[in-house]
Design a protein. Structure first.
Lengths: 176, 200
């Protein structure tokens, strides 16, 4: 049942992903590209690129678009609901309990201990994008775009939207 | 942008609290780039500075509570604040305002893009963004590893990263089991823990 699979594919990453929306991205990739094969690494990268170029939270943009791709409006609704509702309900329902423990070392430890795992998965996804790009565009173009994007984003703190648009122009002119 | 939204705010429809919430979080959603954690200062500007729905301390508490839970922070906080100000309708207003416009934009823009995927130069555009997301993901990797190093030390961080990486990518264990086990261990381990005390 596609709606149930969509629900699980977004519910699981969001119930274990500490560190906000960005932490959930590699977990979603595991489900959407790895487990269910709804998207190729290439289309996932394109979705992520547009998602990073637009404002508003990344986790819900990814959920809404992927859900729509897989199963139309209903799919988008299920994926977004699985992203937003469970943890929001927990927050509203267990507020007293959470308030008492908001500064507890155990609770802090939970998000701290998950971080290296998320970092590892992000690193793995980075490597996946590298291989995908070398495979489709070749080493030279990957290097040129990667170095320029890196300098722009890290050294000059250029807005991600401009960097993505720059890459689109480059790709339109020199690739394909 | 502010002008348009400010005009809209002065229309009679905005008299209700849910509309105020809706416009406040629409602004946050449209101006907030870089994912949820990057949007927190914008949420604070609306909720504390502009509308006085929460005091500074309450806001800090809500953020701390949000961080005790997994999932995107940019929907948990607005949802909670909306609920607190105006019940269920406030909650729906804030969440819809912050997420819906850009979900629609994604579907429309990627829909157009994928319709012309067969055209060579359009496909080239798609290929060229892969190295860009690679760099962005590398930045996030570094950011998460750096934070991890700050709280756990580099040795523990690396050992945990390599162990979990081996389990997930070499043995094919679902990340949910790995992270679930870690969360359980973090919760159940006795409080007198040097690492936790150091960072608390």
């Amino acid at each position: 049942m596609i709606y149930w699979e969509l629900f699980l594919a977004f519910f699981i990453p969001n119930i274990i992903g500490y560190g906000g929306g960005p932490a959930i991205i590699p977990l979603i990739e595991t489900e959407v590209v790895g487990r269910y094969g709804w998207m190729t690494a290439q289309t996932f990268a394109e979705t992520l690129a547009l998602g990073n170029a637009l404002p508003s939270p990344i986790a819900t943009k990814m959920a809404g678009y992927i859900g729509y791709e897989v199963a139309g409006i209903g799919g988008a609704f299920v994926a977004v609901a699985a992203t937003v509702i469970p943890t929001l309900l927990l927050m509203l329902g267990a507020l007293g309990l959470l308030y008492r423990h908001r500064n507890s070392p155990r609770v802090k430890r939970m998000s701290q201990w998950v971080r290296p795992v998320i970092a590892m998965m992000m690193g793995w996804l980075t490597l996946g994008f590298l291989l995908e790009s070398v495979n489709s565009s070749g080493m030279m173009h990957t290097l040129i775009i990667g170095v320029i994007a890196g300098i722009a984003l890290i050294r000059f703190k250029t807005h991600p939207a401009f960097v993505v648009v720059g890459a689109l122009v480059y790709g339109g002119l020199f690739l394909g | 942008m502010f002008l348009i939204i400010d005009l809209a705010m002065s229309s009679p429809m905005t008299s209700s609290a849910s509309w105020q919430l809706f416009w406040a979080f629409l602004r946050v959603g449209l101006l907030g780039f870089g994912g949820g954690p990057a949007m927190i200062p914008l949420v604070r500007a609306e909720v504390v500075t502009r509308h006085h729905w929460l005091t500074d301390e309450e806001f800090a508490d809500v953020l701390a509570i949000g961080n005790t839970l997994p999932g995107p922070i940019a929907t948990k906080m607005p949802g909670y604040i909306g609920y607190r100000v105006n019940g269920i309708s406030g909650c729906i207003a804030t969440v819809v305002a912050i997420i819906l416009p850009m979900i629609v934009a994604m579907i429309v823009m990627l829909g157009i893009f994928s319709r012309y995927r067969d055209v060579g130069w359009i496909r080239g555009m798609g290929q060229a963004v892969v190295p860009v997301v690679m760099i962005m993901m590398a930045q996030l990797t570094w950011d998460f590893f750096d934070k991890s190093k700050a709280s756990l030390g580099w040795l523990v961080s690396i050992v945990m990263a390599i162990t979990s990486g081996g389990l997930i990518y070499w043995l094919g264990v679902h990340p949910g089991w790995v992270i679930g086990a870690i969360l359980l261990a973090a919760l159940l381990r006795p409080k007198s823990n040097k690492k936790a005390e150091k960072s608390a």
